[in-house]
Design a protein around this ligand. Structure first.
Ligand code: ADP
Length: 650
């Protein structure tokens, strides 16, 4: 026999493993995420700052280039105005010589026009035309005639442009006017309507012409138009790699920012930049939408010699490649994060396996031992808590095996004793049956002969002979009852007690029993009272008679002389409740249940006097239970007993 232990459903190790993996991923993910976010933020911010810084410094470089070019122009201008030829020609009013000088100066300065003024500020000679005797650029010329050398960027109006024959060189076609916001100063609504601007920005250098005595006798201007001139912006681009633009007011007049593969000349700056730079005169740093893309930019105002804002200088680089670079860095960081996560995952799998392996082994052990295989031992040899647990587990298995073996041995012994007892019990039953059977026949014969002699059939007998025979007859009855009870019990034990069910009139049945027992009651002057309703019930008439006889006989037997025995039978639902009440000595509480056991007798003086076998109630109980009923007693020592029987009517 193997005693198994029901272990129920053991918790799944897989679930624990999954949890462990999730925890380790979370643990790995948190620093990776924090590190990733922080580094991406820092890198993006630093890159943005550096890009803007570069643009800011490139703007200074661009401004420097402009100044350089102006310086070159200024050198040529100074040289021409200080030359003796110029002084003499002006003094002598030698127009052809002056024209020659103007053309030469224009050429050597790579300029667009040169103009020579007299001491009154009137034009003496123009390099590009023969118009003279008029005045222009008055404030500048006035300053020069006052002895000042000026080098600046100036706005050329339509009049000068015409006189200097520069219309074609300077004319800007407005190709996109959507950003134009009329400020009412440099570029008029009319220009926008005509889609053409006839103004120009130009580098201008002016120098006074002095005679040998230092008297100012005139002035000389050399100027280079910036409209549509790509030299400066392309030089800036070559040196800084940034795009560059020169604006007249908010209009692009020279640029290498392209739209549809063409320089975006004739387009306007965004309103935001215009407001900050042209209107407020501040420098704009930051992202701006330039022509058709986002750029990282810097715009600075261009002022003329009077400090009036006439345009802007822009440098900037497209944001796209810069963003692409930032994205590729972000992707790399992301990739590194994923790689880190994968490594964490792999490491967690390995650790997971290391941790769950002994747990799996323990689970297997618990299951195997649960099935009754107590020789199984778990194999975990780690030098940690799991190892300790495994040792304790194996020890426990050992103990279970030992106690199981002990239990097995005890169970076997018990089984053996039980079988022996069963054997003995059967032997006893068989002996009782055989003996009872063998005693019954001669006893019946003895009783017959005793009664024959007693009733005088065999001849007259003396009074003392009669008394002797009556005693013998009583004892024969007792013996017969004992044998009957023993035979009944034997039948009950072997399941051979047969019931012949029929309809019983309970009142009649009780009356018959009382009639039979009347002589016994009369001997002790016991009054038998019965209150029985008319009850028809189903049962084995002889057996119910046997039960009632036994109970009423006991009641008479245990009642004192002149006592009283009461019999009641009442219908209760579908059952009948019978009570046999006496006023005998009663039964001690501890014996109440046991008196229905075989051979059990209450140890009392009455028992010793009245004798008995202790079998009657056991037989009664079996008969009542076979009828589907119950029997019990209520009693108190010294106050009589009440025997109850409840039997189903059907
Ligand atoms: P017995 O043949 O000894 O009467 P029973 O099985 O009929 O066997 O009764 C068992 C024991 O129960 C009796 O020996 C007696 O001690 C007790 N007993 C039975 N009926 C009564 C009663 N009415 N009053 C007191 N004791 C009783």
């Amino acid at each position: 026999m193997i005693l198994g232990v029901n272990m129920g459903k053991l918790p799944s190790i897989k679930k624990f493993g999954t949890k462990l993996t999730i925890y380790s991923i979370v643990v790995a993910l948190i620093p990776i995420l924090i590190l990733g976010i922080v580094s991406i933020n820092t890198i993006t911010k630093t890159m943005d700052e550096q890009a803007q810084e570069k643009i800011n410094s490139d703007l200074s470089t661009a401004e420097g280039f402009m100044e350089d070019q102006n310086d070159k122009l200024s050198t040529v201008c100074k040289y021409a105005s200080n030359s003796k030829d110029t002084i003499n020609a002006l003094k002598n009013d030698n127009i052809s010589k002056l024209k020659e000088i103007a053309l030469l100066t224009k050429k050597s300065g790579n300029a667009d026009f040169t103009t020579i003024f007299n001491s009154k500020g009137q034009v003496v000679v123009r390099s590009n035309s023969n118009i003279s005797n008029d005045t222009e650029l008055l404030p500048l010329v006035k300053k020069a005639l006052n002895g000042k050398s000026i080098s600046s960027i100036e706005l050329l109006n339509e009049d000068i442009i015409k006189k200097e024959n520069l219309e074609n060189k300077t004319r800007i076609e407005i190709i996109e006017s959507k950003n134009y916001k009329s400020s009412g100063n440099l570029i008029t609504n009319n220009s926008v309507k005509n889609k053409s601007v006839e103004k120009a920005l130009a580098l201008v250098s002016i120098n006074p012409i002095k005679d040998e005595n230092g008297h100012i006798i005139g002035a000389l201007i050399v100027s280079k138009v910036l409209n549509k001139d790509n030299y400066l912006v392309d030089k800036i681009k070559r040196d800084t790699k940034d795009t560059a633009t020169i604006f007249l007011d908010g209009l692009r007049i020279s640029t290498n920012v392209k739209e549809d593969n063409k320089r975006a000349i004739g387009t306007f700056v965004s309103e935001e930049v215009y407001n900050k730079v042209i209107k407020k005169g501040e420098t704009y740093y930051g992202k701006a939408f330039v022509v058709n893309n986002w750029y990282i930019t810097a715009y600075t105002p261009i002022k003329n010699s009077d400090g009036k804002i006439i345009g802007m200088l822009y440098v900037g680089m497209p944001e796209k490649p810069f963003i692409a670079l930032q994205n590729s860095i972000k992707n790399s960081i992301f990739g590194v994060g994923i790689l880190g996560l994968l490594i964490a995952l792999m490491v967690s799998f390995v650790i997971n396996d290391k941790i769950t392996k002994p747990l799996k082994e323990l689970k297997k052990g618990a299951r195997t031992i649960g099935k009754g295989n107590y020789n199984f031992r778990v194999n975990v040899n780690t030098n940690d808590e799991f190892g300790e647990l495994a040792k304790a587990f194996n020890k426990m298995a050992d103990e279970i095996r030992k106690s199981n073996e002990k239990l097995k041995k005890q169970a076997e012994e018990l089984e053996k004793s039980y079988n022996e007892l069963k054997e003995l019990d059967k032997l006893k039953s068989d002996i009782v049956a055989i003996v009872s059977h063998e005693l019954r026949t001669p006893l019946t014969s003895i009783k017959g002969y005793v009664e024959l002699v007693l009733d005088g059939t065999m001849g007259a007998i003396t009074e003392s002979q009669k008394k002797c025979l009556e005693i013998a007859n009583k004892n024969i009855d007792r013996l017969k009852r004992l044998i009957d009870n023993m035979l009944d019990l034997s039948k009950i034990e072997h399941g051979e007690l047969e019931m012949h069910m029929e309809e019983i009139n309970l009142k009649e049945l009780v009356e018959n029993v009382v009639d039979t027992l009347k002589p016994l009651a009369d001997e002790k002057n016991i009054n038998i009272i019965y209150k029985i309703n008319d009850i028809i019930m189903k049962g084995d008439k002889d057996r119910i008679t046997q039960v009632l006889t036994n109970l009423i006989e006991n009641a008479i037997k245990f009642s004192p002389v002149n006592g009283k025995v009461e019999i009641q039978a009442l219908k209760e639902g579908n059952s009948v409740h019978i009570k046999i009440i006496d006023n005998g000595p009663g039964i001690p509480k501890k014996d109440l249940d046991r008196i229905f056991d075989r051979f059990y007798q209450v140890d009392s003086p009455e028992k010793r006097i009245k004798g008995g076998s202790g079998l009657g109630l056991a037989v009664c109980k079996s008969i009542i239970e076979t009828h589907g009923g119950t029997i019990w007693v209520e009693s108190k020592l010294g106050s009589g007993s009440v025997f109850h029987i409840i039997i189903p009517i059907n």
